[in-house]
Design a protein around this ligand. Structure first.
Ligand code: NAD
Ligand code: MG
Length: 337
């Protein structure tokens, strides 16, 4: 628990732009915290009806921004610069706050906000569905927060009040800055979470299959069972994982882990980090997006066609527990950013 409260925003009108993973969770939690929320969306866009059904006043982004004291930008990162130019910059009040849940566009100067507004960041360390479900249980998901620009003299209070409104202050607030949030977030998803983990799994699968083992067995050993390990990491770190695996598995971990992921891997991780820090990654990604995603589509197709996906689909169809009930994929984790 922290001492942050929603007081600073008690009389504020909050416009939440975007009603996806984060937007819906933030809007509902802020409303349930007693704050005045309007949702800004493209007319008849995919989530307009959902926001109306949830009881919100929904308006076009420009209209939602007019009169708002805090504007939370919770659309996909790549559409934010145009949204800022068209709907926010001409309409946001002097002294109002512009809030992001990821620092990408501000840090890499794709959005250069007007100097008469506050620019802040509140990023929950979890997917939107968890931000909502924890709030409903009277708890919250820890948040990082930051101030990029303080025009009103109250930017930090607004950030912590917003974090309190979405429930984060019930858990923990960690102060950061836009640079740290952006660079660490990109590094984590590239080197470890999405890129690193998926490549490790695929290379392990290929190694076994090329050595003549059955793909079905390989799938279970290198992909399926990863969940057990990740759950242990999540609950109690590497300590808990080591407590729950056999002595043989532990010995193999100590001897073979550093053979696979070694000092050379770490050097290449540093290369990934350098490309993030010096703006190379951002520049390439923005150019790729503007060109209509040609490489992104090609690389994605190759991932989807990999044999591990063919065998995986067949095996998962026989896992009855996956055919019913809530899946993580209905509570999307971070997409880009
Ligand atoms: P999302 O893709 O789930 O939802 C996007 C929403 O924006 C949808 O409601 C969509 O209809 C709407 N939208 C799209 N284009 C629009 C436009 N031009 N104008 C108005 N609305 C538009 O997005 P998300 O994953 O919730 O990400 C939102 C922000 O939160 C991003 O900055 C992201 O980096 C950040 N973030 C996400 C997570 C996560 O768990 N998903 C975690 C931390 C931070
Ligand atoms: Mg991959």
């Amino acid at each position: 628990m922290t001492t942050a409260t929603t007081d600073t925003l008690a009389k504020a009108r909050i416009a939440v732009l975007g009603y996806g993973s984060q937007g819906r969770a933030h809007a509902l939690n802020l409303k349930d915290s007693g704050l005045d929320v309007v949702v800004g969306l493209r007319p008849n866009g995919p989530t307009w009806h959902k926001a109306v059904a949830d009881g919100f006043h929904v308006a076009e982004p420009a209209e939602a921004v007019r009169g708002a004291d805090l504007v939370a930008v919770l659309t996909p990162d790549m559409v934010q610069p145009t949204l800022y130019k068209q709907a926010i910059e001409p309409n946001i009040k002097a002294g109002a706050a512009l809030l992001f849940a990821h620092g990408f566009n501000v840090h890499f100067k794709q959005i250069e906000p007007r100097t008469d507004i506050d620019v802040i960041l509140v990023a929950p360390k979890g997917p939107g569905a968890l931000v909502r479900s924890e709030y409903e249980r009277g708890r919250g998901v820890p948040c990082v927060y930051a101030v990029h620009q303080d025009a009103s003299g109250h930017a930090e209070e607004k950030a912590t009040a917003y974090a309190a409104g979405i429930g984060g202050a019930r858990a923990m607030l960690i102060k950061t800055d836009f640079k740290e949030e952006t660079e660490t977030d990109l590094f984590g998803e590239q080197a470890v979470l999405c890129g690193g983990a998926s490549e490790l799994v695929v290379k392990g699968f290929e190694t076994l299959v090329e050595a003549g083992y059955q793909p079905e067995i390989a799938y279970y050993e290198v992909l399926h069972e990863l969940k057990l390990i990740v759950d242990l990491f999540y609950e109690g770190g590497i300590t808990r994982m080591l407590e729950f695996v056999s002595e043989t598995a532990q010995y193999g971990d100590y001897i073979s882990g550093p053979r696979v992921v070694d000092a050379a891997t770490k050097e290449r991780m540093k290369g990934v980090l350098k490309d993030i820090q010096d703006g190379t990654f951002a520049r390439n990604w923005i150019a790729e997006y503007q060109a209509g995603l040609p490489n992104y589509k090609r690389l994605k197709q190759a991932d989807l066609e990999h044999p591990i996906e063919q065998v995986g689909a067949k095996l998962r169809a026989r896992m009855a527990w996956l055919q019913s009930g809530a899946k993580t994929s209905q509570a999307p984790l971070k997409k880009v950013g």
